[in-house]
Design a protein around this ligand. Structure first.
Ligand code: CP
Length: 324
């Protein structure tokens, strides 16, 4: 009964799995208990032998459909499938598919779901992963849908924080940069609402602030501070989550030019930070973190990217590999 109360259960589970989730579309479908289950399995993945792992997705085929560029998400998912003994089909450039001949997303998914056991997809349109999940009888995992959500990034971000601090509760997490179009911060802020005594510091220009509906949805769950000056927040944050200004989502290139260099984190910027403060970034970075930060003990972003592997292995193992 306790598990039933704490799991956000899907009504129509496509595949029976221990997560109790049909598709991974949005992080708000995850309770704290479900996040902790993913992290437990991810930690097990880091310890498991190659031989044991290779049985988890034996005989399974995963569709990797990337309608938008990606390095980490696509390659860590594809590497995860291969580490678990499965196979991958898919594309990293939709121009090489019948999308080029104007095939709709729904029709594309209706076909591909017949060829695979699970679909991982990234698409520029917000809501596209939800639409794919509606037409697919196989689980769909959202690898980023426009400026909307990036739930698997959030699960690996939380795993990274947990590994670095030994906990997530009680931390002050600063998010800086493009909080309007940055899907990773939308998902991460939402997930942090599941934890206790979290303080969120949203640092952005007025034109790139966290969407109001997200701030309102977090009221009463976390303590929120907002401001423009990074210097004001640096001494207090435990984690500084830096985001790239999402050039590709600006309707007006001139608006991007005006804001692109507003926040640049350097070793000098963080001189007043706590010695334990960690800097995260979903990557790729453009120029928002200078290279001199890479060699400081504050740098956590490369470890964060590496954690994509155990976390995505855990998700695939839970969704279609029968892991519990
Ligand atoms: N963090 C992330 O989503 O990176 P990619 O765009 O390279 O997948």
């Amino acid at each position: 009964m306790e598990a039933e109360k704490t799991l956000k259960k899907s009504n129509s589970l496509k595949v029976d799995n221990a997560l109790g989730i049909s598709d991974i579309i949005s992080i708000d479908e995850f309770s704290r208990k479900q996040i902790e289950l993913v992290h437990k399995i991810a930690a097990e993945m880091e310890e498991m032998s190659i031989k044991e792992k290779m049985k988890i997705l034996e005989g399974k085929v995963v569709g990797s459909l990337f309608f938008e560029p990606s390095t980490r998400t696509r390659l860590s998912f594809e590497s995860s499938v291969q580490h678990l003994g499965g196979r991958v089909i898919g594309f990293s450039d939709a121009k090489s598919t019948s999308v080029k001949k104007k095939e709709t997303l729904s029709d594309t998914i209706r076909m591909i779901e017949k060829y695979v056991d699970c679909i991982v997809m990234r698409h520029p349109l917000p809501g596209s992963a939800r639409r794919a999940a509606e037409v697919s009888t196989k689980p769909v995992i959202n690898g980023g849908d426009g400026a909307n959500q990036h739930p698997t990034q959030t699960l690996l971000d939380l795993y990274t924080i947990k590994k670095a601090f030994g906990k997530i509760d009680g931390l002050n997490i600063g998010m800086v940069g493009d909080l309007k179009y940055g899907r990773t911060v939308h998902s991460l802020a939402t997930a942090l609402g599941e934890f206790d005594d979290i303080e969120l510091s949203f640092i952005a220009l007025d034109s790139l602030k966290m969407p109001r509906h997200l701030v309102e949805s977090l009221e009463g769950k976390v303590k929120i501070k907002e401001g423009r000056s990074l210097d004001d927040f640096i001494p207090d944050v435990d984690v500084l989550y830096v985001t790239r200004i999402q050039e590709e989502r600006f309707p007006d290139p001139y608006e991007y030019e005006k804001v692109k260099n507003e926040y640049v984190v350097s070793a000098d910027t963080i001189k007043n930070a706590k010695s334990t403060m960690k800097i995260m970034h979903p990557l790729p970075r453009v120029n928002e973190i200078t290279l001199d930060v890479d060699d400081t003990p504050h740098c956590l972003y490369f470890e964060e990217a590496a954690n994509g592997l155990p976390v995505r292995q855990a998700l695939l193992g839970l969704m279609i590999g029968g892991l519990k």
